[in-house]
Design a protein around this ligand. Structure first.
Ligand SMILES: Cc1ncc(C[n+]2csc(CCOP(=O)(O)OP(=O)(O)O)c2C)c(N)n1
Ligand SMILES: [Mg+2]
Length: 775
């Protein structure tokens, strides 16, 4: 996979200096030179960058192969851009506009940056874990014949040491072990500093044990070559002992204070080390003490070259935060910025003339420049963003499952089963995944058909023992369901990785993840993370709401519709009937592969409903756009009932009860509060933009829906969830609203009990309508 070359260490060291300089200069320019219009501090992390420049030089200009994918520690984003600048694939203009509008982003962004970014980062921990899931996706594609072994690469995470405090790392580690992942490197920038200060050393000896017990090789890179040589000198052993026993805060503080402070302290605490100290002046001593392996090119190259098999590997590279910068080691340096005098001193030290700050190879003599340029040319990483493989999979018409009485959850299982039986390209590209709720979310029939994905065959022990069970549970390479442990956060990282399969590996997959609706909250940041990088997937959340009845309040979801309302990149559909669900799944598969598409969230239920009779197909367009009239209102009608999802029968019954008293009463089915709100916002935005360009804007779907009603009409809105999801409808045309929904925690009980208690029953709806008219 990785070709063996004899590395030009001197040029790699020069490359490291370039990266350290350019990342620092980019940040400096944005903060000190670019005119500011608002007086805000622009920010950037010169210390976090300098901590990693050697590691990144060794990777990008030596170790990485063309198929490797990297998640870069968020605060080292400017180093990644500097790499591309030196490769010729990033412009000076973009660097100059760091953190500016339309410029390179603060943290690597797949969607917004112009350079190829494999994984977005920013919320620490998530960018690390997704690489493990990406390696699982790579194995999936390999096993399914969508990749050849030559096309595979290594999934690499460059991480800060504080990221090791994020719980999602360990959830991921456990899952990754179960799936026997490989070709994954996590490289810890072990500078022993986080944002606030230096980090506690107590955990230090434990990380390698944790990783080793999860099947990882742990490579600790602690002492640089100069340090190792010094350990062999007289007094060297004592020095090594002292280093090993030094506390993190002490080591960092001495780094900041410099050679004299090292000499005084070590001389006092380890007098036997004196010969090593005496043999060096202060500057040389400071250089020796900061010669940690994470800054030592020879050590780094040796370590990376020594790990070329597919064993997942954790590199713990000891580093200095702010290496080579005036605030190296200072506990407050996380957001520290060099002042103009300090950056000028650094420039001089690097031999760069004033005015040549942006010159890629400034200050290098002819031969060195030649050698470093050759290193850049030989880098095997991609220079351009990969085009998404759009729209290549035909989505067949998905008929609604037959049956007068159905739940949306059961219909979901049935639709997948039918898709599986019919076969075809779409079915073959569907990958389902679930955090231990496969069977209880009705994925069982699909799994019986398509099997669990396992690199090593997993025997179905119960089937072999002829123990009756409805569920087959055998795993093999051709399986299409990835069973996860119960940690929901991993579901969203898995969906993120599967949803990027087209971008990362050139083959689009159609990931479907199932989860109980209330437990979406468990993985919320990972869900946001998946959407942020435009991963495409279908999230099927079921069961939902108090409609779950006897299961009680711990399992009854309330706020996911609001989550969906506020989540970019995710379209919420809440079907009541099986034919609506079929329509939304069909649309979902289209959206998952459309250039302007998005991911889809289907909120389902186990409640069995009598299905509505359709006379024609006219409801479909409205349903896809977010809502349609199940009973059309008369023009000028004074009221409408507006419902979403599982409480459709109560809404219909209330409509029947009220229709004679309220002439022209309408019954509006809201299939997507989210989509309606977006359309409404887009309309207003369009009006503002239109007024600038002289164009008008078309009414949004929700405006068209509500326009037949009288201006002072009353709306009773209801859904099994937070009422604020629909109450905003009153703001569209100024209608009065009585919003019904769930605002308190649920509890056990029958549907009758609960709908009565939480005011979703027919009587409550009728009462709410009456109140609107009395007001
Ligand atoms: C989930 C999350 N919480 C908090 C932050 C704010 N934050 C940014 S960097 C950082 C500490 C980073 O320390 P480390 O990972 O060791 O990086 P380095 O020392 O290399 O800068 C924190 C708390 C964040 N980006 N993400
Ligand atoms: Mg750190």
């Amino acid at each position: 996979m990785l070709k063996k070359t004899s590395p030009d260490l001197d040029s790699l060291r020069l490359m490291e200096e370039r990266l350290r300089w350019l990342s620092a200069w980019t940040i400096h320019n944005a903060n000190h030179l670019r005119p500011s219009t608002d007086g805000l501090k622009v920010g950037g992390h010169q210390a976090s960058c300098a901590s990693m420049t050697a590691i990144m030089a060794a990777l990008y200009f030596h170790a990485l192969g063309p198929n490797d994918k990297v998640a870069v520690k968020p605060h080292a984003g400017p180093v990644l851009h500097a790499v591309h600048y030196l490769l010729g694939s990033q412009s000076r203009e973009q660097l100059e506009n760091f953190r500016g509008f339309g410029g390179m982003q603060s943290y690597p962004s797949r969607t917004k940056d112009r350079i190829p970014v494999d994984f977005s980062t920013g919320s620490v921990g998530l960018g690390v874990a997704i690489t493990a899931f990406a390696s699982l996706v790579q194995d999936y594609l390999l096993a399914h014949g969508a990749l050849t072994p030559e096309e595979t690469g290594r999934m690499v995470a460059l991480m800060g040491d504080a990221e090791l405090d994020e719980g999602n790392i360990y959830e991921c580690l456990i899952e990754a072990y179960k799936h026997d992942i490989r070709n994954c490197w996590w490289i810890v920038d072990y500078n022993r500093q986080s944002l606030d200060a230096t980090t506690a050393e107590r955990m230090f000896s434990r990380f390698d044990e944790i990783f080793a017990s999860c099947g990882w090789r742990v490579v600790t890179l602690k002492y640089g070559k100069a340090m190792e040589a010094a350990f062999a000198e007289p007094g060297g052993e004592a020095l090594k002992r002292w280093i090993d026993e030094a506390g993190n805060a002490d080591y960092a503080a001495l780094t900041y204070l410099g050679g004299g402070a090292w000499r005084e302290r070590i001389g006092r605490e380890a007098p036997e080390a004196k010969p090593v100290l005496d043999a060096r002046d202060d500057e040389a001593l400071a250089a020796l003490m900061t010669n940690l392996a994470g800054h030592d090119m020879a050590s780094l190259i040796e370590a990376f070259d020594g790990a070329r098999d597919d064993v997942p590997t954790l590199f713990i590279a000891y580093t200095i935060k702010g290496f080579g910068l005036p605030f190296a080691g200072h506990k407050d340096n996380h957001s520290g910025l060099m002042n103009p005098g300090q950056i000028a001193a650094l420039r001089e030290k690097m031999g760069i003339a004033a005015g040549e700050e942006w010159e890629p190879w400034a200050g290098l003599g002819g031969n060195s420049a030649e050698a470093v340029r050759a290193l850049a040319e030989n880098s095997r990483i991609a220079r351009t963003k990969r085009e998404r493989p759009w729209g290549q999979v035909e989505v067949p018409a998905i008929p609604a499952p037959a049956g007068e009485e159905q739940s949306t959850q059961a219909a979901f299982g049935r639709i997948l089963l039918d898709l599986s039986r019919a076969g075809g390209d779409l079915a073959d590209r569907i990958v389902t995944t679930s955090p231990d709720v496969t069977v209880s979310t009705n994925l069982g029939a699909w799994v019986n058909q398509r099997g669990l994905f396992r690199r090593q065959a997993l025997a179905d022990v119960f089937a072999l023992a002829k123990i009756p069970s409805a569920q087959k549970w055998g795993g093999h390479e051709a399986g299409q369901h990835v069973e996860l442990g119960i940690a929901e956060n991993n579901l969203f990282l898995m969906l993120a990785a599967l949803g990027l399969a087209g971008d990362l590996f050139g083959t689009r997959l159609f990931p479907i993840g199932t989860v109980y609706d209330p437990f979406i909250a468990r993985g919320l940041d990972a869900l946001n993370y998946a959407c942020y990088q435009d991963a495409r997937f279908m999230l099927v959340a079921t069961p939902s709401g108090v409609t779950l009845g006897p299961e009680g309040g711990a399992h009854q979801s309330i706020n996911p519709p609001l989550i969906a309302l506020g989540q970019p990149g995710l379209r919420h559909y809440e079907p009541a009937f099986a034919d609506e669900l079929a329509l939304f799944m069909e649309e979902g598969f289209r959206l998952m592969q459309a250039p302007e598409g998005e991911s889809v969230y289907l909120r389902l239920t186990t409640r069995t409903l009598r299905q509505v009779e359709r006379t024609d197909e006219s409801w479909k367009a409205g349903a896809l756009a977010g809502g349609y009239w199940l009973r059309e209102p008369a023009p000028g009608a004074e009221a409408a009932l507006v419902y979403s999802g599982a409480i459709a029968p109560e809404a219909i019954a209330a409509w029947e009860a009220l229709k004679d008293d309220v002439p022209g009463l309408g019954l509006l089915a809201i299939t997507s509060p989210d989509l309606l709100h977006r359309g409404w916002s887009a309309r207003r935005r369009g009006r503002w933009e239109g007024s600038r360009s002289g164009k008008g804007a078309e009414a949004s779907h929700v405006e068209r829906l509500l326009s037949p009603l009288a201006p002072n009409a009353g709306l009773v809105t209801l859904l099994d969830g937070a009422p604020a999801s629909l109450s905003w409808l009153g703001g569209v045309m100024g209608h009065r609203v009585s919003p019904l929904g769930i605002e308190r925690f649920g509890q056990t009980g029958s549907l009758d009990d609960l709908y009565r208690e939480y005011r979703l029953d027919v009587d409550s709806i009728v009462e709410a309508a009456a109140e609107l008219f009395l007001d």
